[in-house]
Design a protein around this ligand. Structure first.
Ligand code: HEM
Length: 422
């Protein structure tokens, strides 16, 4: 059942493969139609093999749990890669158990809820500094001044990178993830020839720069033993193996891309939600800590910045009356799962008390479920807590713009006019 009195936003007949289809926001009406009429749907592509688009929560969860038949080792994005490209760019995200398990066991503890909780004071200090600076002016761009600033600064602290490098890393992270948006790169992947960079993360020259940077950081840690998280990526795993140089560089590029944009776009979607739902600000001000945890989950469901990830069938699979061939690409649309009306009552309404809230923003269900989820949750909660304390009212002072990407969904600029509490 669709939301009462809520119009599903976006084009109902969008080409979900086109980056342009997301440049005005997510075409939710198309995903709604797919969920209801064609939830397991073959999508042809003119520029290469097509894929299965999976749009219902239940089916996404089933496939996401089934790494034995739906592999991550052949690529995790819609983009087609030759086997040598996959090999060159492989991170632990593009591996299956047991190889993947070894890496996750090695890293999980450092990113666990408990370990990340220890950063709360630092996150709060950073959030306060960023907000106090932004709020000096009554009007500003909320993405540039708030959402884009916090995630890399925090990642820098967690991973152990010098503060003076972080703006440069934000730019590089943007060029990687936003390799489809001319505002962030000259090497727009579907518009110019990027063959020269096909062995680098995201086929991007920024990938090459990040490799060089990662090499320098690795050398620093080999010379002097640093007790930071990047050193953990260089340390031997339980079985004595270490990441190779290439695996380390790819893992570093993964951290810089995953830890930067997704949290930013969750923050910008949350600020936009505050603007569009005027009662939300005062509702949030009254929450206790336990209620804040629920509110953050709802914001993550709402934002769903990582719109999809891909798997590849490694054997023929009969799935709900569809024959999926070995080798077929299968795309799991988390953005659609998180608006599935059979799971979420009134999915197009923000309900900060929603419980249960089995959203899939972090790719839950999979062995690949987000490594950085506790950090992202912490950052989002703290920045919103500090924002609602300071802000009396917030309005939009110009149109927002969206990332041109079928992969990461996000508001890339959001002009706001803010009245602070006295
Ligand atoms: C709101 C913010 C975030 C969202 C929505 C998000 C989303 C996701 C999703 C959907 C996956 C699953 C990928 C798959 O199925 O292949 C994932 C994996 C991953 N994320 Fe995040 N992420 C966020 C923040 C972060 C942060 C802050 C970091 C780093 C500190 C991070 C690091 C990773 C890594 C390393 C993986 C790969 C895990 C693996 O393959 O085992 N993410 N993320």
């Amino acid at each position: 059942m669709a939301d009462l009195n809520v119009t599903i936003p976006g084009d109902a007949n969008a080409d979900i493969t086109s980056h342009d289809a997301y440049a005005q926001g997510v075409p939710h009406a198309t995903f709604e139609r797919l969920r209801q009429k064609s939830p397991i749907c073959w999508v042809d592509r003119s520029d290469g093999p097509g894929f299965w688009a999976i749009t219902r929560h239940e089916d996404i969860l089933t496939i996401n749990r089934d790494h034995a038949r739906f592999s991550s080792a052949h690529g995790i994005r819609m983009e087609d890669q030759t086997p040598d490209e996959v090999e060159a760019r492989r991170t632990f995200q593009e591996t299956d158990p047991p190889v993947h398990t070894r890496a996750r066991i090695h890293l999980n503890r450092a990113f666990s809820k408990k370990m990340i909780a220890a950063y709360e004071v630092q996150v709060r200090e950073l959030a306060v500094e960023i907000l106090d600076n932004a709020l000096l002016e009554p009007q500003f761009d909320a993405v540039t001044m708030i959402a884009r600033k916090l995630p890399m600064r925090m990642l820098g602290r967690v991973v152990g990178l010098p503060d003076e490098d972080l703006d440069w890393l934000v730019d590089k992270g943007d060029s990687l993830i936003a390799n489809t948006d001319p505002d962030f790169t000259d090497h727009v992947i579907d518009q110019v020839n990027t063959d020269e960079y096909r062995f680098y993360p995201f086929r991007s020259p920024a990938g090459k720069d990040l490799y060089d940077y990662a090499e320098k950081q690795a050398a620093l840690r080999r010379d002097t033993n640093k007790d930071d998280l990047l050193s953990l990526f260089l340390a031997p795993m339980k079985n004595g193996e270490t990441f190779t140089d290439l695996e380390f560089k790819n893992a570093f590029a993964l951290l810089v891309s995953a830890g930067n944009d997704t949290t930013r776009y969750s923050i910008s979607a949350s600020i936009k939600a505050l603007i569009d739902n005027p009662g939300l600000l005062s509702q949030l001000r009254t929450l206790d800590e336990a209620q804040w945890l629920l509110a953050v989950e709802e914001m993550l469901r709402w934002a769903s910045p990582t719109m999809h990830f891909r798997r590849t069938a490694i054997e023929d699979v009969e799935f709900k009356g569809h024959h999926i061939n070995a080798g077929d690409k299968v795309i799991l649309w988390f953005i659609s799962a998180n608006r599935d009306e059979t799971v979420f009552e009134q999915p197009f309404t923000i309900n900060i008390n929603r419980t249960p809230n089995p959203h899939l923003a972090f790719g839950q269900g999979s062995v690949h479920a987000c490594l950085g989820m506790w950090l992202a949750r912490l950052e989002l909660r703290v920045v919103l807590q500090e924002l609602v304390k300071r802000v009396h009212s917030i309005e939009q002072s110009g149109p927002e713009t969206y990332l041109r990407s079928n992969f990461i969904g996000g508001i890339k600029s959001l002009p706001v006019s803010i009245q602070c509490v006295q």
